[in-house]
Design a protein around this ligand. Structure first.
Ligand code: ATP
Ligand code: MG
Length: 411
């Protein structure tokens, strides 16, 4: 990760082209046409070499000549598309041929652009590369959903909810999930999840000028089921948190994930500054009067900060006691629906903390958070099967397996 992007923002271009003279020309074009971005060019002179470079990672965009020694025409595009496309890397075809039908076909099959070598020049190529990367980054970022988790007051279980939500988003959706600890006061996420991230978010901030995927991968920890975890910047009480840099870091790493869960701790200058990065905010509260009152104030403050009610999800965590109010009464107090009631699960949480791993999948807490994650992701509710129906289906299966073979007719 050290070898490139030491200066300002740079685009890593892989040129797959067998003609060394043309490769030299592209290199000189890109060296002169930087502007605000610098181009870092790597070169492969065959399809096999190109595929190898893509596998090594760190490529932002591919510039592809279709006529290579080991492949030609559309087949070249299809092979690179299969590899680069799966990694979400845009491809610009740079071809000697200006055959309209070939150009159209590559675009239809997913090429970002088709440039004819003879008509290409430095500004044109530079613009095409910058636009391809910007368009692609925006597309990917708009697919990522960022969920902020805020505690209405200290100790209501915001971190517990953030950890179990991220875990269940990973389990239920199978998508790429990041859990980032942005609680600068507490920073308990890594401890609760039983991981030791090699670096903290602070390292990401210090390296925000060169934060590509390989650099980021070195910063996060991974759970056995590949949930990524970024540790708290751990400013331990200092309030000079560089909110703007943290925002930038989130924007940069957002494209690497489908879901990002942020433990924002409490409502403060930093969490408010990050609100516009979030698609929705979970406000976690307890069932006691003080927690309910704080939650109402937090919801009001969020609305004032420009967060519409449709982006606020109220979670009542019954960590200490059963609620004295019904869910619908709470909804009417807050003026927004209570999104979920989370059951008390002290024994399981203590067991998990001792074992330094998340609560078991079969625990009441995880089951409820699985429902929350599924609802958030728009997945259908899991059928809650009663012991009786499970027994019936078992006996049905037993009968089927012992029944003599028969052919099933139609009608
Ligand atoms: N549903 C629950 N059942 C039982 N205990 C819970 C539950 N949720 C959280 N707890 C416990 O409550 C304590 C506080 O939880 P947690 O650290 O998640 O709260 P927090 O709001 O993040 O606190 P802080 O203000 O320190 O950030 C922990 O010991 C946790 O295990
Ligand atoms: Mg916390």
């Amino acid at each position: 990760m050290e070898k490139k992007r030491m200066e300002q923002s740079s685009i890593s271009v892989l040129l797959i082209e067998d003609n060394p003279e043309f490769a030299q020309l592209v290199l000189s074009w890109l060296a002169t046409s930087g502007g605000e971005v610098a181009f870092a060019l790597s070169w492969a002179d065959s399809l096999a070499g190109g595929l190898g470079e893509i596998s090594r990672g760190g490529v932002d965009v591919v510039l592809l000549d279709l006529g290579l020694p080991d492949s030609d025409g559309l087949g070249t595009f299809a092979a690179i598309q299969k590899h680069a496309g799966a990694r979400g890397i845009p491809i610009i075809v740079l071809s000697g041929s200006d055959t309209e039908s070939l150009a159209l076909q590559t675009i239809q099959e997913g090429a970002e652009n088709y440039l004819v070598k003879g008509a290409c020049n430095a500004p044109l190529l530079s613009r095409a590369l910058r636009y391809a990367v910007a368009k692609h980054t925006a597309e990917v970022a708009s697919r990522t959903r960022i969920v902020g988790v805020i505690g209405a007051k200290g100790g209501v279980g915001a971190t517990t909810i953030a950890c179990t939500l991220a875990t269940e988003l990973r389990v239920q959706t199978g998508k790429r999930v990041l859990l980032a600890d942005l609680d600068v006061q507490a920073g308990l996420v890594a401890f609760m999840m039983g991981v030791d991230p090699p670096y903290s978010f602070q390292y990401a901030i210090a390296n925000s000028h060169r934060l590509d995927q390989s650099c980021w991968n070195a910063i996060v920890a991974r759970t056995p089921n590949d949930l990524h975890i970024a540790a708290s910047p751990a400013y331990l009480g200092h309030d000079d948190v560089p909110a703007e840099t943290i925002r930038q870091v989130i924007a940069m790493v957002q494209p690497f994930y489908d879901w990002v869960v942020l433990d924002l701790g409490r409502l403060n200058k930093l969490s408010v500054a990050l609100l516009d990065r979030t698609n929705e905010v979970f406000v976690v509260t307890g069932t006691g009067m003080a927690a309910l009152y704080e939650a109402k104030r937090a919801v009001g403050a969020l609305a004032k900060a420009g967060l519409g009610g449709e982006r606020i999800r109220l979670i009542v965590n019954q960590a200490d006691q059963a609620p004295t109010l019904q869910q619908r009464d709470m909804s009417s107090i807050f003026g927004i629906e209570v999104y979920a009631m989370v059951p008390q699960d002290t024994a399981e949480l203590q067991k998990a903390l001792l074992a330094r791993k998340p609560p078991a999948e079969t625990s009441a807490l995880r089951k409820q958070m699985a429902e929350v994650a599924r609802r958030l992701a728009g997945l259908p509710k899991k059928k809650n099967r009663s012991p009786l129906s499970q027994l019936l289906s078992l006996s049905e299966r037993f009968h089927k397996s012992t029944a003599p073979d028969r052919t099933v007719g139609v009608g």
